[in-house]
Design a protein around this ligand. Structure first.
Ligand code: GTP
Length: 518
């Protein structure tokens, strides 16, 4: 070998050794065993290389790297699969955020493709973390208090109250009940400071202790109210009793006065009769004209006296009667005023007991009464009658994302919209929660189907905005007509079954007797 060739070979050897040393330094950190062996190899190749020892070390490294590759492949598969799970979960959480949902879908597609190397896993990892961070920030923004055009939701629930709320279903149902009670009392007592304080704190988010204290306050209020209601009823009844007693004594005085007057009049009449008989006797018995004149003059004077006494008695009696009648009239007027105030109060109470306090729609009791009346008509005359049930889709997520106050506001807006969408003969009530029930008389199912679909589309297009975020609210509908064999229960069950078909088939749907494909 020529010296020049030898020189080139040495240079290439040195270059290769340097490269192997650098490469081994780069891969340092994969595993302790490989690190140690790499160090040994670097030792053999640095300075004056010892190729025989380096060959032994390379052989050992080959085995170690083979094993490492298997571990690494398994690690990659596990990592990709856990990233996939995380992405799927994120997708569920952000299902209403089109932008984020799109990004998570793209990421899922990438995760399903074969992974080239370990560095592409890092990329997938960092993308997944970035998406989670965006979702978390949005959630945090959602927790900050802010005003919206649709609602003035002041929900700045504390994280602790929120987590209790999320974890504990009892907390949720107590919260809903408390909200209902407060809504009904707020109508009665709009300026009650204690009530307004609780309402505000409810909107802001309460922990369990505060919630229980608030329940106690509201219960006390209910008891006080019921007691004062009972005492008012007692007072009204006492006063009615008193007035009736007075009227009754007036009436018996009038009767007694009339009887006395009647007796007096009878006595006066008897006297008059006697006076006339005396005049007749005087006429037949008088011997002279002079005696007759004297006798008749005396009797006529007596007659005049009796008549004028009777006249004055009559007048006195009549005046007494008038006085009694006018006192009775005023007592009856007072009585009428008292009963009409009480009647109004009873009517208000009856109305309230049939009205849902939050939405001001008729409640379930009112629906049942209306249904009974409509069902009787249907049985008697065979009038067309249909029942529809409506349920807001994914309503829980409104509460979860924007707070209970936003959920309440949604219920109020949707209720108002549904009521306005129906004709005068139709009837809508809040069945409970986010569910409504409609009675639709005198309409064919084809028309009902069309009408409900119009309502559904209009609702989906309504602009809801919570905390600067546009939210689409949709509802699912189930509607059915009464058949000859139906009872009120079987019709409701069928409508409810249609509603659940609408839910199962993707929500924002109307399912009726005509929906044979669903
Ligand atoms: N804000 C508020 N929430 C209520 C009221 N009544 C019931 N809710 C809540 O409504 C939610 C109903 O949730 P789900 O029955 O799971 O139904 P959803 O989320 O609408 O889902 P789908 O019906 O399956 O589309 C629950 O979280 C209740 O707490 C209320 O008066 N006000």
């Amino acid at each position: 070998m020529e010296a020049k060739q030898l020189q080139t070979l040495k240079q290439n050897n040195a270059l290769l050794c340097q490269f192997i040393v650098k490469l081994s330094a780069f891969y340092e950190g994969f595993s302790d065993k490989i690190d140690t062996e790499l160090k040994v190899l670097r030792g053999h190749l640095s300075g004056t290389p010892n190729f025989s020892l380096a060959a032994v070390s390379i052989e050992k490294l080959n085995k170690l790297l083979q094993h490492q590759e298997i571990t690494l492949r398994k690690y990659s598969v596990d990592t990709v699969s856990s990233l996939e799970d995380a992405m799927k979960q994120l997708q569920k959480i952000v299902f209403e955020d089109t932008e984020l949902k799109g990004l998570t879908t793209q990421e899922l597609i990438k995760l399903n493709q074969p992974v080239d190397d370990i560095f592409s896993i890092y990329k997938l990892y960092s993308k997944a973390i970035a998406l989670h961070r965006i979702a978390l920030n949005k959630e945090m923004v959602g927790l900050e208090p802010s005003e919206t055009t649709e609602t003035k939701s002041t929900n700045n629930e504390s994280t602790s109250a929120r987590s209790i709320k999320d974890d504990n279903p009892h907390y949720r149902s107590i919260l809903v009940e408390l909200n209902h009670l407060i809504a009904s009392y707020a109508q009665k007592k709009p300026n009650d400071q204690q009530l307004n304080d609780i309402k505000q704190r409810l909107d802001e988010g309460m922990d369990e202790d505060q919630l229980l204290k608030s329940c106690v306050v509201i219960l006390r209020m209910i008891v006080q109210d019921a007691m004062s209601e009972a005492s008012l009823t007692g007072k009204v009844i006492q006063s009615l009793h008193r007035s009736l007693g007075e009227v009754s004594s007036d009436v018996s005085n009038t009767i007694q006065g009339s009887q006395a007057q009647f007796q007096q009049r009878q006595a006066g009449n008897e006297q008059l009769k006697r006076d006339i008989i005396h005049i007749e006797e005087a006429v037949s018995e008088s011997s002279s004209l002079e005696a007759l004149k004297e006798q008749t003059q005396f009797r006529v004077e007596k007659l005049v006296t009796t008549l004028s006494e009777q006249q004055s008695n009559d007048q006195q009696g009549q005046e007494a009667l008038m006085a009694l009648l006018s006192s009775m009239q005023s007592r009856i007027d007072t009585l009428q005023q008292q009963t009409s105030v009480y009647k109004k109060k009873l009517a208000e109470q009856a109305m309230q007991s049939r009205t849902d306090p939050l939405t001001r729609l008729p409640n379930r009791q009112a629906y049942n009464e209306r249904l009974e009346a409509a069902f009787t008509k249907f049985k008697e005359n065979g009038d067309l009658l249909a029942v529809a049930v409506v349920d807001i889709d994914h309503f829980k997520s409104i509460n979860d994302r924007f707070g209970h106050a936003a959920g309440d506001k949604t219920l109020q807006v949707v209720s108002k919209f549904l009521k306005q969408s129906l004709s005068e003969n139709d009837f809508i009530a809040r069945w409970g929660g986010e569910e409504f029930v409609m009675l639709l008389p005198q309409a064919q199912m084809a028309d009902i189907d069309k009408k409900l679909n119009e309502v559904r589309t209009k609702l989906a297009a309504m602009p809801f905005k919570f905390k600067q975020e546009k939210v689409k609210i949709t509802a699912s509908f189930g509607a059915t007509c009464f058949n000859d064999n139906d009872t009120t229960e079987t019709v409701f069950e069928r409508a409810d079954e249609y509603l659940y078909r609408a839910k199962r088939n993707g929500r924002n749907l109307v399912v009726t007797d005509l929906s044979t494909d669903l």
